[in-house]
Design a binder for this molecule. Structure first.
Ligand code: NCD
Length: 326
């Protein structure tokens, strides 16, 4: 009998992509493919056997929130989901994160907590206090590991491997957390990675992260002109300029200047240069950087990407809660 691979996610927090190894990720990819089949067959699945999951979000979300919720439901979990903790919980009265996660655990008997929070270290802190595993569904401007997993799964499913990739990361590389987690995960997963960092100076990737990537052998090329790099890209990963962080830091004027410059917009005219087999990706939401007229282009992968979020999150919930998840 074939030896079953050990489940590296069972009972563990997922706070950062730094925790993920290629073996762990391939284990999850295998599960996600099984989940895709299950979804395609609309098969009833009760493997989570009514276990409770708590989803608590302190920042807005469409896809991450609903896909975690649906992922639990598809596998027979019970879900308590609170989409605006900052408005509706005792956080309004001054409750701290440590007390909140301990209270949620006690009142719901949740076996797992999914957390989105505006502070960079919130997931780490919650994991310290929660008696059950915590999954980071986006923390501050720093990390978004489950988005990176679905992004890299999308690239892997389309290409069959993660080597020799030329990826253009475009837009807000300064505040955007998806691009940071994706860049780190790509560096861990593939050989011979080239990153085109397309952003004006104020939106460039933080220097310390770029240096870390370079020390891992990734070739990084900062640029402020998508036109120059699009012809050689395997993946164009678009992102929105993160208005809320500019507002927080009193930099609205700069935000409006950058939007007016249309500095990181995927104009339709640029698509002629993009190779036929390339993927156009975006974590969404989009604002004006990715025109809807591109949606029918066969290279537009963002709907599939979002769909992959459901399958990969189903796999992650199962792997965190069950020693033998599939
Ligand atoms: C992203 C996020 O929250 O960081 N959204 C998502 O989870 N798909 C991207 C963004 O808000 O721009």
């Amino acid at each position: 009998m074939a030896q079953q691979q050990e489940n590296p996610f069972f009972g563990k927090d997922l706070i950062s992509v730094d925790q993920l190894t290629p073996q762990a990720l391939h284990f999850l990819f295998g599960g996600a493919q099984k989940m895709e089949t299950l979804l395609a067959n609309s098969a009833k699945d009760e493997r989570l056997g009514g276990k409770m999951i708590a989803i608590i979000f302190y920042q807005p979300s469409t896809r991450t929130f609903t896909s975690f919720w649906a992922a639990g439901e598809h596998l027979g979990a019970k879900v308590v989901a609170i989409p605006a903790m900052q408005a509706y919980s005792s956080v309004v009265k001054g409750e701290n994160l440590a007390d909140t996660v301990r209270s949620i655990s006690a009142t719901t008997d949740a076996k797992l907590i999914v957390l989105r929070h505006p502070d960079n270290e919130a997931a780490q802190e919650a994991a310290h206090y929660a008696p059950v595993p915590v999954i980071n569904a986006g923390s501050g401007t720093k990390e978004h590991p489950t988005q990176a997993i679905l992004d890299i799964y999308t690239i892997y499913r389309a290409r069959g491997n993660l080597d020799n990739l030329r990826v253009a990361l475009v837009g807000d590389l300064h505040y955007g957390r998806t691009v940071k987690s994706l860049a780190k995960l790509l560096a861990q997963m593939g050989r011979n990675l080239q990153l085109e960092l397309v952003a004006p100076q104020p939106l460039q990737l933080p220097t310390n992260l770029r240096e870390t990537l370079e020390s891992e052998g990734v070739k990084c090329h900062p640029s402020n002109d998508l036109k120059e790099v699009i012809g050689g890209a395997d993946v164009v990963y678009m992102t929105r300029i993160q208005k809320e962080w500019f507002r927080r830091e009193g930099r609205e004027k700069l935000y409006h200047q950058l939007v007016e410059q249309r500095c990181c917009v995927l104009e339709e005219s640029l698509l002629r240069r993009l190779p036929e087999a390339a993927l156009i990706m975006h974590p969404l939401p989009r604002v004006n950087e990715l025109p809807a007229s591109i949606d029918d282009d066969p290279r537009a992968a963002y709907w599939q990407q979002m769909r992959n979020g459901l399958a990969t999150r189903m796999a992650l919930l199962a792997a965190t809660l069950l020693p033998q998840p599939w």
